[in-house]
Design a binder for this molecule. Structure first.
Ligand SMILES: Cc1cc2nc3c(=O)[nH]c(=O)nc-3n(C[C@H](O)[C@H](O)[C@H](O)COP(=O)(O)OP(=O)(O)OC[C@H]3O[C@@H](n4cnc5c(N)ncnc54)[C@H](O)[C@@H]3O)c2cc1C
Length: 396
């Protein structure tokens, strides 16, 4: 075998962190690293609720890959992966190009899980990438702009399906954005409605009840109407129909109710659960010592509660770091290090100056949590792109 070829699919938190780590530790000519991504930039998925609501410029939530990677060490291909042939060890791109590999890293992220709810795929938006959030922001603005001509309340009614982490953070941002929109388009704030609809008996399922109550109090005060324990039955061009029969008329439905692994993984014939591959302790896809999965496509079990870890950027970054080391160890015939997540805590934003979080076992609320949220966001920047990325993009 000549120089081993490492092919990384996706420049999200998992894939990009793998490439960054490989650049640091591979010796000259020890391997050929190629990274394929749909865009020539990396976006900060964990910030996307902000540009979606219009409280942040989408440009501030992305960085050119050439500003993170040394393009002399990592070959970058802008392209869309359409299939993986694990037997032939090749990946095909949308333009028909085939890429062969000795080691494959799949970091293609997730896609919305619609749980078979009729109409969601066609009529709801999802907060999934820079182009998607630009569309949501523009759509909301356009509907506000139409309101005074058409006077239909559907135009200024926003339904957010799913009150997990993403849904709650998004409605928090919306509550900050709505007053600005009302002012800009002369809309009476009392006609605007934001609904947060959740199938589970609580918002933020799995979070500490005291933190959940705090979040609901803050968001209700800021104008959010919660519909808890109320699954969405159907999404139509007119809005949503809930399981209890109520119909909410709305021109803007945003689905944040869950994700599954990128369909390409399943289509390649890997065994998956909700599109995610149950990887081993070294992030190998079962039965494939040269195929690794990182980030939202990888399923790992939290042995303490015997349930999968939720897909997070925090874990994706840690996996990328570990995987870079393990690929190099594999090439060198050295011992691999098992991946173990080291959870630092979770902080959910509730809009400007408000958040909730659990750091270690300590509960934090309000301004303290909002400051901590910025620390967490800036820390991710540092892990991916060092001080120079923090200087360019830090949240102050
Ligand atoms: C609004 C929001 C807020 C969040 N907040 C938090 C938080 O506070 N903390 C936290 O830990 N997690 C949070 N998450 C979850 C976190 O963002 C994800 O778990 C994380 O982004 C997963 O990383 P990844 O590397 O698997 O995929 P991603 O970061 O999604 O990256 C996938 C990459 O693959 C590329 N790609 C996809 N398909 C193709 C293709 N066919 N061909 C080529 N390239 C492709 C994409 O363009 C993208 O660059 C949040 C998510 C959202 C949506």
């Amino acid at each position: 075998m000549g120089i081993p070829k490492i092919l990384i699919l996706g420049a999200g938190y998992g894939g990009l962190m793998t490439a960054v780590r490989l650049e640091k530790i591979l010796n000259y000519n020890e391997a050929e690293v190629t990274l394929v991504n749909k865009h020539e930039y990396h976006y900060f998925t964990t910030w996307l609720h902000e540009p979606a609501a219009g409280t942040k410029d989408p440009d501030k939530c992305r960085v050119g890959l050439d500003q993170i990677l040394d393009m002399n060490k990592t070959q970058f291909i802008k392209g869309t992966v359409t299939s993986i042939d694990k037997e032939a060890q090749k990946v095909t791109l949308e333009n028909g190009e085939d890429l062969s590999y000795d080691y494959l890293v799949i970091g293609l992220g997730s896609e919305p899980e619609t749980f078979g709810i009729e109409g969601l795929r066609n009529h709801a938006f999802s907060i999934s990438n820079i182009n998607a959030v630009r569309e949501i922001r523009e759509h909301i603005e356009y509907n506000f702009a139409r309101y005074n001509q058409e006077k239909s309340s559907d135009l200024v009614t926003i339904v957010v399906g799913g009150a997990g982490f993403t849904g709650v953070e998004f409605v928090g941002e919306l509550t900050d954005r709505i007053p600005e929109l009302c002012k800009e388009f002369d809309v009476d704030p009392s006609v605007v409605k934001i609904y947060s609809v959740e199938a589970a008996p609580t918002v933020l399922p799995g979070f500490d009840p005291e933190l959940v109550n705090y979040a609901m109090e803050v968001l209700t005060r800021k104008g959010v109407t919660f519909k808890i324990n109320t699954p969405i039955k159907e999404c139509t061009p007119e809005g949503v129909v809930l399981a209890d029969g109520e119909a909410i008329k709305s021109n803007t439905v945003v689905w944040t109710g869950g994700v599954r692994g990128n369909a390409i993984i399943e289509q390649a014939g890997f065994e998956t659960m909700r599109g995610r591959v149950k990887v081993d302790e070294f992030l190998h896809a079962p039965g494939h010592d040269n195929v690794f999965v990182v980030g939202d496509g990888a399923l790992i079990i939290n042995e303490e509660i015997n349930r999968p870890y939720p897909p997070t950027a925090q874990i994706a970054i840690q996996q990328g770091n570990n995987l870079g080391d393990n690929i190099v160890a594999t090439i060198r015939g050295a011992k691999l290090t098992p991946f173990k997540p080291s959870l630092k805590g979770t902080v959910a934003s509730l809009g400007k100056g408000e958040a909730i979080g659990l750091v270690g076992s300590k509960k934090i609320f309000g301004t303290t949590a909002a400051i901590m949220k910025k620390v967490v966001d800036n820390r991710s920047l540092f892990l991916i792109g060092g001080l120079s990325l923090v200087m360019k993009k830090a949240k102050l």
